[in-house]
Design a protein around this ligand. Structure first.
Ligand code: BMP
Length: 275
């Protein structure tokens, strides 16, 4: 079958990048295409949420610079939870600078992202040098990169020819760029008439997913797992506030929401491969 209808397990066999392979295998093993975005400000809340949703997710997405009491031991704790619950780690850093600067931001500083995050992402706005800069650090470590080809926000400038250029940039660096943050499948987007793109199978990780509300009053726009996975062909649903809401201490409510999103995401995937 075409990549859209292939199982995650079938697709894992064809991906050579270790982070992409790990993500696809983890999704298959846990029967979950749900990623949690843990956007909270304290190490305590961060670890508590990850520990309770861990069994239900394939991936944990972090904004490590939000944590106000960050210490290197938080990374050790995060890695221990990743081993305990079997999930991939994705630091949503959104790099956007020249190659030399992003290589330093990725490897160094307080957070040393490349040393612990299987996946990270970048805006294509600086051009291909952002990929070569990040790749010089991440590729030897077996990491993978997602380019932001589209955004979920109202009025996003990442559309049309910008999105097409992002896909072309990825195509030129398939060893390191494993897919996109986007709102739909990107296979063949922006390809010339003689380019063979039928088998490219980029991973699409999609934020802006919610079942109960359409937006957040700050530009975010939500679609359902069914719209994202079945109708738009995306691979992973990224959910933040839809799972942990406003109160990170309500453990039962968080577990219930994580289960709900996991079930919705998997049902949409099964409907897709059977379509
Ligand atoms: P929430 O589900 O609470 O709206 O969180 C969405 C998460 O995904 C946030 O961490 C945000 O930074 C990220 N995100 C997004 O919402 N839209 C995009 O286009 C790209 C993102 O990384």
């Amino acid at each position: 079958p075409e990549p859209y209808r292939r199982t995650y397990a079938q697709r894992a066999l064809h991906h050579k990048n270790p982070a992409a392979k790990l993500l696809l295998q983890t999704i298959e093993r846990k029967q979950s295409n749900l990623a949690i975005s843990v956007d909270v400000a304290t190490a305590k809340d961060f670890l508590a949420i990850i520990d309770v949703v861990g069994p239900f997710v394939c991936l944990v997405k972090t904004h490590i610079d939000i944590i106000e009491d960050f210490t290197p031991s938080l990374i050790t704790d995060l890695q221990a939870l990743s081993a305990k619950h079997d999930f991939v780690i994705f630091e949503d850093r959104k790099f956007a600078d020249i190659g030399n600067t992003v290589a330093l931001q990725y490897s160094s500083g307080v957070h040393k992202i490349a040393s612990w995050s299987h996946l990270t992402n970048a805006h294509p706005v600086p051009g291909p040098s952002i990929v070569t800069g990040l790749s010089s650090v991440g590729l030897p470590l077996g990491r993978g990169l997602l380019l932001l080809a589209e955004m979920s926000t109202k009025g996003s400038l990442a559309s049309g020819s910008y999105t097409e250029s992002a896909v072309q940039m990825a195509r030129a660096h398939r060893d390191f760029v494993v897919g996109f943050i986007a709102q739909r499948r990107m296979d063949g987007v922006g390809a010339g008439p003689n380019e063979v793109t039928a088998e490219e199978d980029f991973l699409i990780l999609t934020p802006g997913v919610g079942l109960d509300v359409k937006g957040d009053g700050m530009g975010q726009q939500y679609r359902t797992p069914r719209e994202v996975v079945l109708e738009s062909g995306c691979d992973v649903i990224i959910v933040g506030r839809g799972i942990y809401g406003k109160d990170p201490s309500l453990v039962d409510a968080i577990v219930a929401q994580a289960k709900r999103y996991k079930e919705e995401g998997w049902a949409a995937y099964l409907a897709r491969i059977e379509s």
